[in-house]
Design a protein around this ligand. Structure first.
Ligand code: ADP
Ligand code: ASP
Ligand code: MG
Length: 405
């Protein structure tokens, strides 16, 4: 007998019939003798709908109240799923995040889990019940409702699996595993049987939204066996593994992309110590995260800086940069919020030269201009114009033969 945490995403609980389908899947796991904790998302579209309501009142809603609002989506699904489980003759009990003490910090809309008290869950399991927990939500030390950021139910599931030392954490979604790239963009994309934590972490942080990045961090840190599976088809899905040096490593495991990018440039700033700190410090102080940064070779004692930020932060960053430009007597400020980032990810990249060359040539052959490049041990990212996203990802998928095993 094992303890299994199963998480079902929005599409998987998107209608009453689908909730009944989840109940049947849980029943199957119980029939195999397993203890089951189920984490559910809100019904598909519900979180977006709630955010829209808030924005209809205020473009920047109060974060505490926004969390009170959006956390209701998951409260609906835990109750409905428990009703469906009871219909199947399975004893079940629902819990909100606060009821099982998913303690977080107070960073509303992007809170981090600090601690989970597993007592109540253990007691319910002991009584033979299926425990159904609302994903995405927690409570801070003052009793305020918090949420964990978009896709946060993944993290709830992994955190519960870690806290209760579950044998496996299964993420059920609308694809049957982790693919070489988003199958919605490249239909030939191939399901990976395994992917390492390191690679999954890069994929998630570079834009693959199949798993929330924090859930992967958590699973790696606490050694949680993590698997991505389909709610609608049988199959073994994709297992996230620790690196296995025995295995022959492929160069590239996958391609991630991020549409939410914007870039800003400041031209003709003095080429002297402290200038980068001034420019990026001002942006950082406004709580805007900077991703890629490029400084050009200086000429005539001046230089240029380009950096990227999340598209939501674009107008604010531009405003700040214009103010800095005035103080520094810079020549010009420009920006572009119609750019995207495409990244190749693979632990095998470490030991293979020539990956960058193949990547750049494949993009050039399609007439795609590369605007920025950044590399690390196991990834290469390029920034290109938004209109080239699909074309670029498809060209790279075929240049690296990712459809073939
Ligand atoms: P859920 O609602 O179940 O949490 P998500 O929409 O958050 O589901 O995540 C699943 C989606 O992630 C898929 O429908 C797919 O379009 C997208 N996706 C992006 N990159 C990948 C990838 N490399 N492999 C599989 N799915 C991916
Ligand atoms: N319902 C939340 C969202 O849409 C959390 C989740 O589904 O993981 O982001
Ligand atoms: Mg998700």
């Amino acid at each position: 007998m094992a303890l299994i945490v199963q998480k079902y995403g929005g599409t998987s609980v998107g209608s009453v019939d689908r909730i009944k389908n989840v109940a049947a899947k849980v029943k199957k796991a119980r029939a195999q003798g397993h203890d089951v904790i189920v984490v559910v998302s809100a019904m598909s579209g519900e979180t977006n709908r709630l955010i829209e309501l808030a924005k209809a009142i205020n473009e920047r809603p109060d974060p505490r109240e926004l969390d009170v609002l959006v956390s209701t989506g998951e409260q609906v699904t835990i109750a409905l799923l428990c009703m469906a489980l009871l219909n199947e003759g399975l004893p079940a009990q629902s819990y909100t995040g606060a009821q099982v003490h998913i303690l977080t910090d107070s960073a509303f809309t992007k809170a981090r889990i600090m601690d989970i008290d597993g007592q109540r869950i253990r007691a319910s399991l002991k009584e033979g019940k299926v425990v159904v927990v609302a994903g995405f939500q927690g409570v801070d030390s003052d009793g305020n409702i918090t949420t964990l950021g978009r896709g946060g139910s993944d993290t709830t599931a992994v955190a519960l699996a870690a806290a209760l030392k579950a044998d496996e954490c299964q993420i059920y979604t609308d694809v049957d595993g982790v693919y070489t790239t988003d199958p919605r963009v490249v239909p030939e994309a191939r399901r990976l049987k395994t992917i390492t934590f390191e690679e999954m972490l890069e994929m998630a942080s570079l834009g693959s939204k199949v798993l929330q990045i924090r859930s992967v961090e958590f699973a790696g840190k606490y050694n949680v066996p993590l698997r991505v599976l389909s709610s609608f088809e049988e199959g073994e899905g994709t297992l996230i593994t620790f690196e296995d040096n025995q295995m022959e490593q492929v160069q590239i495991s996958g391609i991630a992309f991020n549409r939410d990018e914007a870039k800003l440039t400041i031209l003709g700033v003095p080429d002297q110590p402290g200038v980068a700190a001034r420019i990026l410090g001002a942006v950082g102080q406004a709580n805007i995260e900077v991703d890629m940064i490029i400084q050009n070779v200086g000429r005539d004692n001046t230089t240029d800086f380009t950096f990227t930020v999340h598209r939501n932060d674009y107008s604010k960053a531009l405003e700040i940069l214009k103010a800095t430009a005035e103080q520094l007597n810079a020549r010009e400020v420009s920006g572009d919020n119609k750019i995207v980032k495409i990244s190749l990810v693979g632990v095998g990249m470490r030991s293979h030269a020539g990956v960058a060359g193949t990547m750049f040539k494949a993009l050039a052959d399609e007439g795609i201009n590369i605007r920025m490049i950044s590399t690390s041990e196991i990834k290469i990212s390029v920034v290109v114009d938004e209109k080239y996203l699909e074309l670029g990802v498809r060209a790279l998928h075929s240049a690296f033969n990712l459809a073939q095993e």
